[in-house]
Each structure stands twice: as C-alpha cells, then as structure tokens.
Design a protein around this ligand. Structure first.
Ligand SMILES: Cc1cc2nc3c(=O)[nH]c(=O)nc-3n(C[C@H](O)[C@H](O)[C@H](O)COP(=O)(O)O)c2cc1C
Length: 296
C-alpha cells in the first residue's frame, strides 16, 4: 500500500526484486491511521485504476487488487483495477463495524482508555457477505479469465469449496488461523481432496464457478407458483414448540401443537418459508419434500 503513484511503483518494484511471486494491492483495509488510505481508496474507482497502473509500472509479476466490501457493488472497482493492469482480485477484506456498546460506560468495544473506533469485521459471520461479492465478480463477463482469490470466514473445506463454486480459483484464511492455528489448512486440503475424489473431479480448477448459474442478484427470478411443505418427523420431535412459536410470531400461524405436543400443519396457511425447519433443534422437520403446484 502506497500513498502516491511513486510509492506504489517503488513498492511493487522492491517486492519483485526481493522475490515475491505475486502482489496483492491493498485497496481495502478499513483500519487506517489516516483518511484516504485502504478502503477509502478502494471506494473510488479512479484511484483503484490509477494506483494499480502505478504498481504495474514497477513490476512484471501478477497483481491482485484486494477489494473492499464497504461498497454496494464491487464491480466498478474490479473493472477499474482491470483497466489499470491487474491480473486478478482478492475479496473480501473486512467489513466496517462496531462490535458492542458497554451499558455502564457507554463506550464501544474495543474500549481503549475510553475511546473506540470503527474497525473491520471478519470470520465466519461475514461468509455470506463474502460469497455474495465473490459471486458478483465471478458472474461479471468483463472479468472473465481474471484470477479471483476468495476469502471471508473460511474455516472448513466446505467453506473453501463454496467460494470455489462461486468462482474463486484460490482461497485465503486469516481469522480461522488466528483462532485455530495453521493446522486447519491440512484439514482444508484433505477434506477438499476427498470431495474431489468422491465426485470424480481431477483437479481443484474443475469446480471453480460451477455454482454461478443458480445465483441471481435479485429475487424476481424465483419461482412462486409452487410450494414445498415442511415434513414433520413425529418420532424424533421432542415437542419443544419452537416451530409453533416461530410460525405463530414470525411466520404465518400455520403450526399448532396437538395434545401430545407434536406439531400439526395447516396447509392452507403455510407459505413454505421453512422457518420451522431452521429453528428445529433436532432436525425433525424436513424441507426436501415434493414441490407441489399452488394451483392444484
Ligand atoms: C487481525 C487482522 C489483520 C488484517 N490485516 C490485513 C492487512 O494488513 N491487509 C489486508 O489486506 N487485509 C488484512 N486483513 C483482512 C484479511 O486478510 C481478510 O481479508 C479478512 O479478514 C476476511 O477473511 P477472514 O474471515 O478469513 O479473516 C486482516 C484481518 C485481520 C482479522
């Protein structure tokens, strides 16, 4: 990360001279000591293009632009980096956040001698947001053939695979390593290798982007003429009533408990939202039943 054209060029030159195989340009850190750096820069496409070009002038090794998720859409910055000469992208960096507010002192966390600051949120909680941005880049036709390095909440090989299915050709892990150590990388590799072998894929690259076709940025493509009713397993159900409460207070009042505290569904009221499936602690409610036309 440089502060002007000359610094970006010089840093790139020095990195190559000292043996780097590739560069990641930091257009995305939200924890800067001064304004106008990190994610402030990554939010302005003209600066992303200008400083990518400056780094390009200093090196011939591959350049990845690391993009900020503190934007509505990542494509403008990605396309700008492409114009500046980047070979690919890394996404996502951390998301601007405040963790909590102390009810006694009224100071937000982390409390550093009575002051706090907006900081970057990372780890498994950000994975859905990261996947959305990775899919956006993976689907952008202008970015086809660009390398995409995915990250944001990867802890397991399944997490890594999800990023790959949405277009990531490589994976990075930060928070999970801080929590569990480098040994999780071995688990990631062996889990992924097992998956590839079981499914008959020859190499990791074979799965990259396979999940992109199903993703839409808007919900208008979703079919609304049919419904999958939840299926209750009355044997494994423990009668906790969470499905009834959720449906009553947060859904469509379609579930009531019988005298043995087992759920009964009113199919006329059920809209197939599957909130009951989500809240059931014993996985006694299935969501993979037959899709039925609403008009029947
Ligand atoms: C403690 C910490 C320090 C980080 N420092 C940097 C940094 O110097 N440059 C950068 O581009 N990203 C930095 N990141 C962002 C991570 O590389 C990564 O993009 C983000 O945390 C999401 O991945 P994760 O959920 O696996 O941590 C940092 C993240 C953490 C948690």
């Amino acid at each position: 990360m440089g502060q002007n054209d000359e610094e970006w060029t010089e840093l790139a030159r020095q990195c190559q001279e000292n043996g780097a195989d590739a560069l990641e340009l930091n257009f995305s850190c939200p924890n800067m000591m001064e304004e106008g750096l990190g994610s402030d820069m990554g939010q302005v496409s003209a600066l992303v293009e200008r400083f990518t070009a400056a780094a390009r002038r200093g090196t011939s090794i591959p350049i990845l632009a690391k993009l900020t998720p503190n934007v509505a859409s990542m494509s403008p910055a990605a396309e700008a980096a492409l114009s500046g000469g980047a070979d690919g992208f890394s996404a996502i960096n951390t998301i601007k956040s405040l963790m909590a507010v102390n009810p006694d002192t009224y100071v937000s966390s982390p409390d550093v001698n009575g002051k706090s600051a907006v900081g970057g949120y990372s780890g498994n909680a950000v994975k859905p947001i990261a996947l959305r941005f990775v899919a956006e880049l993976g689907q952008n036709p202008k970015l086809r053939n660009m390398h995409l390095s995915g990250m944001g909440g990867v802890e397991t090989w399944q997490d890594a695979l999800e990023f790959m299915l949405l277009g990531a050709g490589s994976i990075q892990v930060t928070t999970a390593v801080m929590q569990y150590g480098y040994r999780i990388i071995e688990d990631l590799k062996s889990g992924l290798a097992y998956y590839l072998q079981t499914k008959g894929f020859k190499q990791v690259g074979d799965v990259v982007g396979l999940g992109l076709d199903s993703v839409s940025a808007t919900t208008d493509v979703l079919e609304r003429e049919s419904i999958v009713y939840p299926k209750f397993d009355r044997k494994t159900c423990i009668g906790c009533g969470r499905c009834e409460i959720s449906c009553m207070d947060g859904g469509h009042q379609a579930i009531r408990m019988d005298e043995r505290r087992r759920p009964i569904l009113d199919a006329k009221k059920c809209v197939g939202c599957h909130l009951c499936v989500l809240v059931c602690p014993t996985e006694s409610i299935g969501s993979s039943g037959k899709r039925i036309s609403k008009n029947d």
